[in-house]
Structures are given as structure tokens and as C-alpha cells.
Design a protein around this ligand. Structure first.
Ligand code: PRX
Length: 676
């Protein structure tokens, strides 16, 4: 025991000091590790030694090789997976349309399941699931394979086949993973609608992709109550003439109305089905899924992903970024309703034969320590969550994680928005006990898989930076007008110069919008919609959506930058800033601030916060208005709805579309929040 403890202490992540004099290299020994940038967190040596990518030198070699010949690099990755027929051409690029592994035939469900059945992984846990009420289910690869086959056969019996669209509106139950794997198995295209969305969201999405069946649950558990999913589906299906069948998985046991001929209980449907169903060999470019994401207009964009490229991207990134090891329990806390859940709960981890943890409910049910309890109970090794969750944990207080043994953790990750350095350091210290590297992963629904991220055994990390592009990925920060790279340290638009396998193939049914949104801002490059800075060490800092940039007296300020400054004040739990029109400066900054429990709002604190921001960034960034509020309006995926804040700050009575808002009562509270 004492020995193990010593090991942990030794492996603490060190902060590099550039001033340290390099020691002379003893003859015949390995070269010293390259020096990390000053202030960066260097991966613990114990971690690096066992990692898939062990050093910056290895990372740089991989990236260099991938740059020389990206197609060869990606083909090498794809070959690690199963193909029924090989491809004839790795890439066919007719900008902006890419085809990867042209002519190859594969199946992602096969690669996530069957591929492992002839190995030691057959009886390994594929999914460890915990329900909100505390029930636990474990599905081995063999068991998951059987479930997927049965449900694939059931879908076929309902007339669902290759190319048909299947809408999925479920809670976080194992059957959700089974459903998408079953679709992928027979070549049906799934479109998952987040279980927290309303009727209209289902109707719009079903209409757009003309889905022919919908899979749902009777209900889902959320903070101890039942969310009546089937009821919402019933309302939606009335307006969806393309839906022929509704499959209902029993979860909560609440009463539901079953429409004869149209509605089928999952358990009855699969009862008579065989537990084998050969995976259909599908063209590499066969459509895998459509996932809707919001754009600048009201109509969501149906992001379209295909089979072979998406499989290759999620496989490699899961392996390298989460450094997956066979014995790990890996937990991504996202919902499968978002791309993070698609790529990093289901497809990427399972393609690697990993054990993927899945949790049904809220992080604070029955108490704010639920996540830490889960980590302790299941001995989670790799934990991947969102900055918004981390800020909530900070707000709830460190007494909650401190109650639990988190020593199983070896790696932490974040995704979804820029993480402010304060939150990063808290995560590192309080959850990771200063020994777990943090991977801040930048990517999008559109990119399919992680693009910019540390490799945990290699990359020295700087809190707040997603660090460097993964091998095979070539982003650049460019000037909007010229499309040329801006000098290091200057802000510009984040673009990706070369095609990559898991890139979106388009917006479902709208090629013009696809070209306009992603391919018209910068000639020949994919435009991410994000602003970024690359520093002199080659680290990327994502500033946020370009529409979240506020120009004050001609100076660009990223909302994330100002928010980060506010959150670094000891009283602040969370902050959102927006630009409001200002006669003198063009725009001024308005800040909405939630305080940590026990901190009192007041004018003195407002002045203190203004001074704090001025001190942290400069007087230009000082908010003109500060409003204290109990909560911030967020989408169900946790993104702050700045558009609503803008409406409120400008005193508009009629506020814009609120259909994606998680908690409507927040609006009323915000309107009451005082100004000044
Ligand atoms: O602005 C970036 C932000 O989230 C956007 C993508 O959102 P979505 O398609 O919903 O996918 C979220 C999960 C991949 C990006 O354009 N974003 C995502 N990850 C990061 C981030 N911003 C900064 N740092 C990140 N790690």
C-alpha cells in the first residue's frame, strides 16, 4: 500500500520551469524530453511511459508524417479496422465534397461488436450503465452484440432497411446505444433527437429527414421524476405523416397510450427475434447518421455523417486522446443526443473495444456528489465532461468530491466550450488531485471527431488552450479578408485547410447552405465559425464563436476571455458576457453573473468585479453593466444562450426563440435582475 501511494505522489503533474538548466546527457541514454513552454503542465512520467503516444517527439513525428501524405496516414488508421472489401482510393476530393476510402465496404456496428467477439474482449464489459434510481446493468460485448442483432432484426420486421431514416428520442438507457448500433448494422440512418427537446423539435427533424420510424421510451428518469417521452412522441407523430412505426422501450413504467398497429413494445418486438443478424457490408460513404445542430438561422442544420471516414476518425481519436487501455473504465458524461455521445460514448470507445460507462440521470440527484459516487463505485479511470458541468461542481463546493475516493482516475477531459483557466485548475486539483492530465478537446458536430487536443502522455498543457491539432488535422488561424494565416498571437478565424475522414458530408437536403455556411468564408478551407489565436508555441486558443466576439472601441474581446476573468474572482460561480450597443464605444460589455453559494450581491461587489476584470485583462474589458442572477439561460446541451441575454440587456419586451432553453423560469429571474 505504502508503495502504491509513493508511486502516485511521484507521478504528480509538474509545471515546467524554463529556467531549469538542462542536465548533461549521460552517454548511451535516451535524449532528454524536449522542454515544455513555461508554465505548462507536463504529463507525469508514469503516465507518458504507458501512453499510446509517449512524447512530443512522437507526436511531432506522427503529425509531420501525416502532413507529408494525409491520405496514406488515414489509410493506415483505417486498415486497423475491418473492411469487407478494400477501398480503391483513400480520398476523392472535389471541394467541398469529400469521399473517403472510395469503393471500400465496411460496417461500423461490425467494427464495434463482431470484431471483438473472436478476441479476449468477448466477455469484457462493453457498456456499464447506471440508472438514476441506482440500478446498474452491464452488457458484455457478446451480450451487446446479441441485443443489437435482435433489435436489428426487429427493425427489419417493421420494414426498416438500408437508407431509411429512423428518428430516436430516448433517455440515456442502454437501448439507445443498441438502437443506433442496430441501425448502423442494417444501413438505416439514425437521427437522434435529444430527449430533453420538445414536440416541435421532433416534428421539424422528422420532417426534414423524412423518418419512417421512431424509437422512444415510455419515460426517462430526471431528478427523481419521470419525463414522459412517449407522450411527447405521440403529440409529434400526429404531425409526422412519414412515421409508420413507433417502438417503445419500457423504462419508467408510467402509463402510456399505445396506438394499435403503429406502436410496438420493444420487449415484445425483440422477444421472437434471433440474436444473430449479419452486418450488412456498406459502402464507405453510406450515410450513417444525421444530427441536427443549431445555426445562425432558426432552422437547425442536419449534419450528415457517413460510415468509413467517421469510423476511422472516432476510432483513432478515442484511442489517442483518451489513451484507452483495455482495463479502463471510461466515462463520457454527455448525452447520446449530442455528437459527443455518438462519437465518445458509443462509436469511438466501442470500436476500440473499451468499457464505456453510461449514466442516465442528473449530476446532482439525489445529491451533488452523484458523479463522484459513480466514479468511486465503478472505479472510473477516464472522465470526460463539459466546462459548464465543471463550473456547476465548483459552485456546489469541493466538499462533494472530497467525500469520495477518486484515486481510480488517471485522465480527465473537457469539451463543448472554452474552459476558463480557473475552472481548469480546479478540475486538475480537486478532481484530478494534480496527477491526471487534462485533455481539452476542441471539435464540433460537423467535424465528427476531436480535432485539436492534447495527447495526454505527450503534450504539455496550458490551462484554457486546446493545444495542438491531432495527427492528420490541419487547422490554421486566418485573416477574414485575405484568408492568409495571421501572425502568431493575433486573433483570426479558425479554419481547417485539408479534408479529414470524419468531416461532415453536408447538410441534409441543403447543399447550398452547406457551401454558404462552411465553405464560403475562406476560399478552399472549411470555416469552423470559431475565432482563435495560435500562440508562439503553436498552441491554439479557441476564443469562441465569432459572433460571440465583442468589439469595444475597435478592440476585439472574446466573451470567453471576459467570462474567464470574472470567474477567476473568488465570489463568482459563473458568468456570461454580451455586447450591448454603446454610443461612445460601439459596443460595451454587459455581464450576467451568478455568485457562489453564500456570497451576497451588491454595488460594492459590482465595483469590485469591474476592477477585477480591468485588472485581469485591461480597462477595455471592464463590463459597463453587471447583473447578478441566480442562473444563466442555457440550451439543453449547456451552452449559454447569449442571444436571450442580448434581448434582455437591451430591454426588449419580446424576446427571441426560446425553444431550446432548459429552464424557462430563468428568463423571468433574469428580467428581474437589476442593472448597473
Ligand atoms: O465553439 C466551439 C465549441 O463548441 C462548438 C461546437 O459545438 P457542437 O457542434 O455543439 O459540438 C460540441 C461538442 C464537440 C465549437 O465550434 N467548442 C467545442 N469544444 C471546445 C469548444 N470551444 C473551446 N474549446 C473546446 N474544447
Amino acid at each position: 500500500m505504502a508503495k502504491a501511494k509513493k508511486k502516485v505522489a511521484k507521478s504528480k503533474q509538474g509545471v515546467s520551469k524554463k529556467t531549469a538548466r538542462p542536465k548533461p546527457r549521460p552517454q548511451g541514454k535516451k535524449p532528454p524530453r524536449p522542454q515544455a513552454p513555461a508554465g505548462a503542465y507536463v504529463p507525469p512520467e508514469t503516465f507518458s511511459r504507458r501512453a499510446h503516444v509517449k512524447s512530443m517527439a512522437e507526436y511531432e513525428k506522427l503529425h509531420r508524417e501525416s502532413a507529408k501524405n494525409p491520405e496514406k496516414f488515414w489509410a493506415g488508421v483505417a486498415k486497423e479496422l475491418h473492411w469487407f472489401e478494400p477501398w480503391t482510393k483513400a480520398l476523392e476530393w472535389k471541394a467541398p465534397h469529400a469521399k473517403w476510402f472510395v469503393g471500400g465496404k465496411t460496417n461500423l456496428s461490425y467494427n464495434c461488436l463482431d470484431r471483438h467477439l473472436s478476441t479476449h474482449r468477448r466477455n469484457k464489459a462493453a457498456i456499464v450503465w447506471e440508472g438514476e434510481p441506482g440500478d446498474v446493468r452491464t452488457l458484455t460485448y457478446q451480450q451487446l452484440h446479441s441485443e443489437v442483432c435482435r433489435f436489428a432484426n426487429a427493425l427489419k420486421s417493421l420494414g426498416v432497411g438500408k437508407g431509411d431514416r429512423v428518428a430516436v428520442y430516448m433517455g440515456m438507457v442502454p437501448e439507445l446505444a443498441v438502437t443506433i448500433l442496430a441501425c448502423a448494422r442494417i444501413g438505416a440512418i439514425h437521427s437522434v433527437v435529444f430527449g430533453g427537446f420538445s414536440t416541435n423539435a421532433i416534428v421539424d427533424r422528422v420532417h426534414d429527414c423524412q423518418a419512417k420510424a421512431i424509437v422512444t421510451c415510455d419515460g426517462a428518469w430526471r431528478r427523481g421524476s419521470v419525463v414522459p417521452l412517449k407522450k411527447t412522441v405521440d403529440e409529434a407523430v400526429e404531425k409526422c405523416p412519414t412515421i409508420e412505426n413507433v417502438v417503445v422501450c419500457r423504462r419508467t413504467g408510467n402509463d402510456v397510450a399505445m396506438h394499435p398497429g403503429r406502436d410496438h413494445w420493444w420487449h415484445e418486438l425483440v422477444a421472437g427475434e434471433k440474436d444473430t443478424c449479419p452486418a450488412t457490408p456498406l459502402d464507405s460513404e453510406h450515410s450513417l447518421f444525421i444530427l441536427y445542430t443549431s445555426g445562425s438561422t432558426g432552422k437547425p442544420k442536419g449534419i450528415h455523417h457517413t460510415t468509413g471516414g467517421y469510423m476511422t476518425g472516432t476510432y483513432l481519436t478515442s484511442k489517442l486522446v483518451f489513451d484507452l487501455r483495455d482495463e479502463d473504465v471510461y466515462w463520457c458524461t454527455a448525452d447520446i443526443g449530442w455528437v459527443t455521445g455518438h462519437s465518445y460514448i458509443v462509436y469511438g470507445p466501442l470500436a476500440n473495444g473499451a468499457t464505456s460507462m453510461m449514466y442516465e440521470g442528473a449530476p446532482n440527484h439525489p445529491a451533488p456528489d452523484r458523479f463522484w459516487e459513480i466514479i468511486e463505485r465503478h472505479k472510473v479511470n477516464v472522465f470526460y465532461t463539459a466546462p459548464t458541468a465543471i463550473r456547476a461542481f465548483i459552485k456546489w463546493g469541493e466538499q462533494h468530491p472530497n467525500k469520495h475516493d477518486l484515486s481510480s482516475l488517471r485522465l480527465l477531459g473537457t469539451v463543448g466550450e472554452p474552459i476558463n483557466p480557473e475552472a481548469w485548475r480546479w478540475y486538475h486539483a480537486v478532481i484530478g488531485h494534480k496527477r491526471c492530465p487534462i485533455v481539452d478537446t476542441w471539435w464540433q458536430t460537423e467535424t465528427g471527431s476531436i480535432m485539436i487536443s492534447p495527447l495526454p502522455g505527450a503534450t504539455p498543457t496550458k490551462p484554457g488552450s486546446a493545444t495542438m491539432p491531432l495527427p492528420g488535422i490541419f487547422p490554421e488561424v486566418v485573416d477574414k479578408a485575405t484568408g492568409k494565416a495571421v501572425p502568431d498571437g493575433e486573433q483570426g478565424l479558425l479554419v481547417v485547410r485539408k479534408p479529414w475522414p470524419s468531416m461532415l458530408r453536408g447538410i441534409w437536403g441543403d447543399d447550398k447552405r452547406f457551401k454558404d455556411v462552411y465553405w464560403s468564408a475562406v476560399e478552399g478551407s472549411y470555416f469552423t465559425g470559431d475565432g482563435a489565436v495560435k500562440d508562439a508555441d503553436g498552441y491554439f486558443w479557441i476564443i469562441g464563436r465569432v459572433d460571440d466576439v465583442i468589439i469595444v472601441s475597435g478592440h476585439n474581446l472574446g466573451t470567453a476571455e471576459v467570462e474567464s476573468a470574472l470567474v477567476s474572482h473568488p465570489s463568482v460561480a459563473e458568468a456570461a458576457v454580451i455586447g450591448v450597443p454603446d454610443e461612445m464605444t460601439g459596443h460595451a460589455i454587459a455581464a450576467f453573473v451568478t455568485l457562489k453559494d453564500g456570497k451576497a450581491p451588491g454595488d460594492a461587489l459590482k465595483d469590485e468585479l469591474k476592477a477585477h476584470v480591468a485588472h485581469e485583462i485591461g480597462p477595455i474589458a471592464k463590463p459597463k453593466q453587471i447583473r447578478f442572477t441566480g442562473a444563466l439561460p442555457k440550451t439543453r446541451s449547456g451552452k449559454i444562450m447569449r442571444r436571450l441575454l442580448r434581448d434582455i440587456a437591451s430591454g426588449k419586451q419580446q424576446i427571441g426563440d426560446t425553444t431550446t432553453l432548459e429552464d424557462y423560469s430563468i428568463l423571468a429571474k433574469l428580467k428581474e435582475s437589476d442593472e448597473g
